[in-house]
Design a protein around this ligand. Sequence first.
Ligand code: ADP
Ligand code: ASP
Ligand code: MG
Length: 453
Amino acid sequence: MKFGGTSVEDATAIDRVASIVKARLSEHPFVVVSAMAKVTDQLLAMAAAAGRGEREQALDICRSLRERHYTTAGELLGTGLHTDLHSELGAEFDSLDELLRGIAAVGELTPRTSDYVVSFGERLSSMIATPAFLARDIPATLIDARQLIITDTQHSRAVPQVDEINDRLDRIRPLIEKGRVPIMGGFIGATREGVPTTIGRGGSDFSAALVGAGLNAERIEIWTDVDGMKTTDPRICADARRIKVISFEEAAELAYFGAKVLHPATVLPAVEKNIPVLVLNSRNPDNQGTRILSRTPRSRSLFKAIAAKNRITIIEIVAARMLMAHGFLAKVFEIFARHRCAVDVVSTSEVSISLTVDSNEAIPQIAADLEPLAFVKYSGRKAIVCMVGENIRETAGVAAQVFDAIRDINVRMISQGASEINLTFVIDEADVPEAVRRLHARFFAEVDPEVFD
Ligand code: ADP
Ligand code: ASP
Ligand code: MG
């Protein structure tokens, strides 16, 4: 059972989480919690401020974070009674202050130090949730993610070492069998040497999937603040519908292309073991949410959902004669790989390649490295819109219907995925809300009631 930031945002939310877990005790849950909502952003902000030498600003943000955690702990456990927790939290914040002073003094923030700062978020939320669970008769045992989620050393996107994690999970299994409820902060891990790492933003879902797969769980529950996966981001389209059931393949496409509700990597460990993933709402726990299964019944609707991913840059590579030469694409992609920059959408013509990447600081350098091979142009503020559905495969005229709905919006790239379950295109970021609303109105006004709510 993984509870996201909004599900543990304050005392009321954590109290709700405790009741949800309590109702599952007979099923032997393992609980993963995110940092309280927005905390990771604030930790990153204070680390960045300290890195710029802005010591007071960093300490100010840290002070407000300290207050928020003290208040939450106090409300959950009663002030005065649990001075132990307050002094434990106090010690954590003292060392965080110390760390920020150190970063500010040096005036440099390394990826390793940034991960260390960020790791406080999940450590603090799990430190508070554990005694709160105990006080509500849940036999919780705090697990330090740094002892369990072993990763490589690529800070901020460290790769979990599955065999090592599984070995360590074997040691936790007897605890669960005895009826204890392990509770662990998501998103963070550590190298074999014990240096804290993080596994990518939104990574608590991934932590939960690693644990679920390692323990051969019956299911993985991702608890969030909406009634499951929706036909599109409910913040863009208020009438987005709940998807009752979706395939792993479809969910992975959606997660990858911006449906923030689920971390893309989550589905992998679960798929491999055929473990169903449920997306559920901690504010509305009776709702059935979304079931993600390896095989789903056929739906009568063309699409399952529309996802949009902002902050995309298009890179155009024009090479009059070289493109057809063998090995050219390999050289191009080697440059992206060297910068550890993932390419999402690609389209080629006789003389050019257009591709998209997440906007990042490495782009000017990548362009410079490409210059000897070809003429390079890049433009930011683009967005990928991805329409997902297994029925795309067998339906004629899909593209015509989609592009007719947005015929006056400039489409920069089009790709009908190799997986044939997505139709993906690139537009200006500014056009996303309008495009998504129109497509949603066109394709989700009438839907298969077996699949959608
Ligand atoms: P958590 O803190 O639980 O991890 P996130 O903010 O990461 O929560 O993800 C939940 C949010 O994802 C929702 O509040 C919703 O606004 C957003 N979201 C984007 N696309 C979708 C979608 N297709 N279905 C459901 N939620 C979506
Ligand atoms: N707290 C981390 C983040 O905000 C991980 C997560 O919430 O999944 O990215
Ligand atoms: Mg999330």
